[in-house]
Ligand binder design. Structure first.
Ligand SMILES: Nc1ncnc2c1ncn2[C@@H]1O[C@H](COP(=O)(O)OP(=O)(O)OP(=O)(O)O)[C@@H](O)[C@H]1O
Length: 623
C-alpha cells in the first residue's frame, strides 16, 4: 500500500512539473496547480497511519479504509478515502444494523508497519482465529494523555458524529450537545469532508471561525494532519484586521451586539444622503443650481443598484453631472432661441430657415442632425473631472470613512462587528468570502457578529457548533433561529467523550441551574471522583507539579491568573476556557468565578467540564 502512496506522490510531482510548463491559459494552469498541490499535501499527510481500517463482508469481500484513496496501476481500488461513500459502513455499522458487514477492523500503523489490530464482529457470528477482538480503539484514543493540541480522530469517529460529518446537506448544519460531545471534532472533520465532497464550495474557500487565538492554536493541527492546508482559521479580529485594545463593561458590549445597532448604523449613513435639498455648483463663470427634485432623481438612480454609500456616491455624482449637462443643454437651447428671436425681430429674417435655405442651395443636407452639434459628451467628461462638481456633491453626499459611523476608533471586541458593518454600509461587502464556514463556540456570537460571518458566506453553507449552556456574557443570541435564520438542519450530540461520568456528575447540579431544559450527556468513561480542597496558590502549584496529573490546566477567576503563573500548568482565566481540554483541571475559587460576571455560573460550568481524567476544585481558606 505504501508503494502505491510513493507512486502517487511521484506521479503527482511529475504532473505538477508538467503543469508548470504547459501552454494552457494561466487560469486553467493555476487551477490545475492548486489541485495538484492540494493532492500532494493530502498524500504527504497520509504517510502516518495511511490505512486505519478494514471492513469485511460475510462473503469474504473486503475494503481498506484510509486517509486518501489509492488505486493499483490497473485501476483497482487499493485504499478507500475515509470520506468516500464506500467508507460509510466503517463508521455507521453497528451490531444492530451491520450494513452487510461481518467485521470492522481498526489498524494502527507505525513507521509503515502494523503495530495494533482490533476487531469488532458485527453480524453476531463467532470469532475465528483471524479475528482480534479486544479493547476498542476509541477507548484507547480517549484515555491517551493530552498534549495541549487537539488530534484528528478519523479512525474513531462514532456513528452519530459520522452522520453529521458526511451529511449531504449543503446549507446550514447546526450541531449542539453538551461539553465534550465532539462538536469541535465533528466540525473540523466536516470541513475536511466539504473539501472532498463539495468541490464547488471548497473552491471558494473554507473558513474555520474560533473565538480566540488560544482556541485556534488548540485545534490548529487537526486539518493539516488530515492533509487539508487550504483552510483559513480566524477570530473576529483576524477577519476585521484590527486588534481590540481595551475591555468594556458587559452591558456596553451587549448593547453594541444587538441587531438594532445595524439599523442605527444604516440610519446614520442614510442621514448623510439627504433628500429634498438643492445642489449648487459653479461651472466657469456660471452658477448652476439643480432643484431638489432633480437631486432626488439622481439620488434614486444612484441607490437603485443597492451599492454601499461610497460607491453609490460615485454613481450619484455621475447622475448629478448628467443633470448639469441637461441643464446646460436646456440653457444653451434657450439662449440660442432667444438670440434667433432677437435677430428675427431686428432683421425680419428666420435664421434657421435662412441657414437651411443656404444649405439646400449648396446641395447639402439641411436636416437638424447635420447641424454642427455642440460636443456635450466632452462637457460631461469635463464636469466629471471638475473639482467644483465633486465639492458640490460632497455637500449633499459626503464621502465617508467607516470609523466616522462609529464616531471613534475601534477599541473593544464588540466594536469589531460594528466596524465591519460600517465598512459594508460605506465601502461595500468584504472581498474575502468563503464557500463554507465552520463556526465553533457559536453560542458566543452576538447578532452583530453573526451578521459579520453571514456577510462572508454568500452561499449560506455553514457548519455551526455550540452549546447555549456554555454562553459567555456578551452574547445576545439565545437560539439557533436567532443566529442563522429558520433554514438549517439540526443535530444534537449526546455522548460525552471527554469527561468521565464522575466529573460530569459533579457538574450536573450546576447544569440544572443554568440550563434547566438540558439533560446531561452520557459519558463513555469512568474515573476518579473529583476532589475539593481548601488552599491557596501553593496548593494549586503542588497539584500542577504532580507528574501523575499529566497536562494540567488551572482555571481561575480573571484577577488571579497572574499569581498562579509559573507553576508549569497552563493557566487560563475562566472566561477564556471555552473549547479547551486538559488531563487534569484545577478549578480555583469557584465562587469567585461565578461572581465575576453575569455569565459566571456558565463560565464555571465550562471550567468544570474541561478535564479528561482528574478534577480538583480549590476553594480559598476561610478568612
Ligand atoms: N470519535 C472520537 N474519537 C476520538 N476522540 C474523540 C471522539 N469524539 C470526541 N473525541 C474527543 O473528545 C474530546 C472532546 O471533543 P470536542 O472538544 O470536540 O467536544 P466539544 O463538544 O466541542 O466540547 P466543548 O463544548 O466543551 O467545547 C476531544 O479530545 C476529542 O478529541
Amino acid at each position: 500500500m505504501y508503494d502505491r502512496l510513493d507512486a502517487a506522490v511521484s506521479d503527482t510531482l511529475a504532473a505538477r512539473d508538467r503543469a508548470l510548463t504547459t501552454s494552457d491559459d494561466l487560469h486553467t494552469r493555476d487551477v490545475e496547480l492548486s489541485r495538484l498541490t492540494r493532492r500532494l499535501g493530502e498524500l504527504r499527510a497520509a504517510e502516518r497511519s495511511l490505512c486505519f481500517g478494514r471492513i469485511d463482508t460475510p462473503a469474504g469481500d473486503f475494503l481498506h479504509i484510509g486517509r486518501v484513496g489509492l488505486r493499483s496501476p490497473d485501476g483497482e481500488v487499493v485504499l478507500v478515502d475515509w470520506r468516500a461513500d464506500a467508507a460509510r459502513p466503517f463508521y455507521a455499522a453497528t451490531p444492530a444494523t451491520p450494513l452487510g458487514l461481518r467485521r470492522r477492523r481498526h489498524l494502527r500503523l507505525q513507521n509503515r508497519r502494523v503495530v495494533d489490530v482490533s476487531d469488532e464482529i458485527l453480524d453476531g457470528s463467532a470469532p475465528t482465529p483471524d479475528d482480534v477482538v479486544g479493547d476498542g480503539p476509541l477507548a484507547a484514543a480517549l484515555s491517551r494523555a493530552r498534549t495541549g493540541r487537539m488530534r484528528e480522530a478519523v479512525s474513531t469517529l462514532q456513528a452519530e458524529q459520522d452522520a453529521i460529518v458526511r451529511s449531504p446537506h449543503r446549507g446550514v448544519t447546526v450541531v449542539d450537545g453538551g461539553p465534550g460531545t465532539g462538536k469541535t471534532l465533528v466540525a473540523l472533520h466536516r470541513a475536511a469532508y466539504v473539501l472532498y465532497a463539495f468541490p464547488a464550495l471548497a473552491g471558494r474557500g473554507v473558513l474555520v471561525y474560533g473565538p480566540n487565538s488560544r482556541f485556534l492554536d488548540y485545534i490548529s493541527d487537526v486539518l493539516p494532519s488530515l492533509g487539508e492546508n487550504d483552510v483559513r482559521m480566524a477570530t473576529l479580529a483576524d477577519l476585521v484586521g484590527v486588534a481590540p485594545t481595551a475591555a468594556e463593561p458587559e452591558e456596553a458590549a451587549r448593547a453594541k451586539g444587538v441587531a438594532g445597532t445595524a439599523a442605527s448604523l444604516a440610519a446614520w449613513v442614510r442621514a448623510r444622503q439627504p433628500r429634498g435639498v438643492p445642489l449648487e455648483v459653479k461651472v466657469g463663470q456660471e452658477t448652476l443650481v439643480l432643484t431638489p427634485a432633480e437631486v432626488d432623481a439622481a439620488h434614486r438612480l444612484a441607490t437603485r443598484e443597492g451599492l454601499a454609500h461610497n460607491p453609490a456616491r460615485e454613481r450619484f455624482r455621475e447622475h448629478v453631472v448628467d443633470a448639469l449637462v441637461d441643464l446646460l443643454e436646456r440653457r444653451t437651447a434657450d439662449a440660442l432661441a432667444r438670440l434667433d428671436a432677437e435677430v428675427a425681430s431686428m432683421l425680419g429674417v428666420d435664421l434657421d430657415d435662412a441657414v437651411a435655405g443656404d444649405l439646400r442651395s449648396l446641395g447639402l443636407d439641411d436636416s437638424p442632425a447635420a447641424e454642427p452639434e455642440f460636443d456635450w459628451d466632452a462637457v460631461r467628461e469635463q464636469l466629471l473631472d471638475d473639482p467644483a462638481v465633486d465639492q458640490a456633491t460632497e455637500a449633499v453626499w459626503p464621502r465617508l470613512r467607516p470609523e466616522d459611523a462609529l464616531g471613534r476608533t475601534v477599541r473593544t471586541r464588540a466594536d469589531l462587528a460594528l466596524l465591519d458593518e460600517a465598512r459594508a454600509l460605506i465601502d461595500g461587502p468584504p472581498e474575502e468570502v468563503y464557500g463554507h464556514i465552520v463556526v465553533d463556540e457559536a453560542q458566543e456570537l452576538t447578532e452583530m457578529e453573526w451578521r459579520m460571518l453571514l456577510r462572508r458566506c454568500p452561499s449560506r453553507s455553514m457548519t455551526v457548533v455550540g452549546d447555549f449552556a456554555q454562553s459567555g456574557s456578551a452574547t445576545t443570541v439565545r437560539s439557533w433561529p436567532e443566529a442563522v435564520g429558520d433554514r438549517f438542519v439540526h443535530h444534537t450530540l449526546t455522548v460525552n467523550y471527554r469527561t468521565t461520568a464522575e466529573i460530569l456528575g459533579h457538574a450536573t447540579p450546576l447544569l440544572a441551574r443554568i440550563a434547566p431544559g438540558q439533560g446531561p450527556s452520557r459519558s463513555v468513561r469512568h474515573g476518579e471522583p473529583p476532589r475539593t480542597l481548601t488552599g491557596g496558590p501553593d496548593t494549586v502549584r503542588a497539584l500542577a507539579a504532580d507528574e501523575d496529573n499529566g497536562l494540567v490546566g488551572v482555571i481561575a477567576p480573571p484577577g488571579m491568573t497572574e499569581a498562579l503563573e509559573g507553576s508549569g500548568a497552563i493557566v487560563v482565566a475562566a472566561p477564556d476556557a471555552r473549547g479547551l481540554e486538559f488531563d487534569t483541571v484545577v478549578v480555583v475559587d469557584p465562587a469567585a468565578i461565578e461572581a465575576y460576571r453575569e455569565s459566571g455560573p456558565r463560565d464555571l460550568y465550562v471550567a468544570l467540564t474541561r478535564a479528561t481524567r482528574r478534577l480538583f476544585v480549590v476553594t480559598p481558606a476561610a478568612g
